[in-house]
Design a protein around this ligand. Structure first.
Ligand code: GEK
Length: 247
């Protein structure tokens, strides 16, 4: 599938509005996330691989903040556990509409995929069904900080024994030198992927009120406080990381 290049911030904007997951973003999202998040394709594919180790028969696999369903597709490529189903959730109607189309296209290309449903909903208001795998792939950072612990506690309660939460996030660092170095390296990554200084600066001011990263220590403490027993980092590339949290 040909990807439309992300040019959203390529021309100067008088006032850069807060970032929203609207139709304009949906159109360029696959290109945007691949050129902005170091390690994204590796993380997505391996969420499928990891999920295949934790999936339990007769359970749900959640993809929370699914965007266009990249994680749902990876889950369906890798998990073959009996009677599992994928539940993909996003609160952007533009994302949900396109996600349904993409998953439908996957259905028409492959046989015997896990069933999937795509819900347009706020993940903070969701009634969870018993689940063996929950993926929050770069979504928690968009949830208001004061709601994060409660959401994680509800995910913990919905997880079956032997299941897992897979949590990927942009990280911030308490040490200012480390924070500066990794921020500079992330900017270098974006530059190397063809983003101009103007695009990098405008995207940064669009996203800074909307996306609030935490440190690895904050994630670990919050996950333990929410009832998880163990937190295992399995991937980091620059200031982006992914963790497995066990119930
Ligand atoms: C991927 N996981 O491609 N309820 C539901 N969805 C939400 C909420 C909420 N309260 N808040 C934000 N979102 C995807 C990438 S993108 C990350 C996830 C990024 C959704 C929002 O609409 C968006 O689609 C997604 O979370 C975050 O693996 O763009 O950096």
């Amino acid at each position: 599938m040909k990807q439309i290049p992300d040019r959203i911030y390529a021309t100067p904007q008088e006032q850069v509005a807060d970032f929203v997951f609207n139709e304009a973003v949906v159109r360029v999202f696959p290109d945007m996330i691949k050129r902005s998040v170091p390690g994204y394709p590796t993380i997505v594919e391996n969420i499928g691989v990891i999920a295949s180790q934790f999936a339990q028969p007769h359970s749900a696999l959640y993809d929370l903040g699914c965007s266009l369903g990249a994680v749902s597709q990876a889950l369906r490529r890798h998990v073959q556990t009996e009677d599992c189903r994928v539940v993909a959730v996003d609160n952007s109607s533009a994302m949900v509409e396109r996600c349904r189309e993409y998953l439908h296209a996957q259905d028409s290309m492959f046989q015997e995929l896990l069933p999937v449903e795509v819900l347009e909903a706020d993940i903070c208001q969701l009634d969870f069904q018993p689940a063996s795998v929950v993926a929050l792939n770069f979504t928690l950072q968009f949830i208001p900080r004061e709601q994060r612990r409660d959401l994680l506690a509800r995910i913990r309660q919905t997880l079956l024994p032997g299941g897992a939460l897979i949590l990927s996030e942009k990280l911030r660092f308490a040490d200012s030198e480390e924070q500066q170095l990794l921020t500079d390296l992330h900017i270098a990554f974006k530059r190397a992927n063809g983003y101009s200084e103007l695009e990098i600066a405008q995207k940064r001011s669009a996203i800074e009120n909307v996306m609030k990263p935490d440190s690895l220590e904050e994630h670990r403490e919050r996950l333990l406080a929410a009832g998880f027993s163990k937190v295992i980092p399995w991937f980091q590339c620059l200031n982006f990381a992914s963790l497995i949290a066990l119930p």
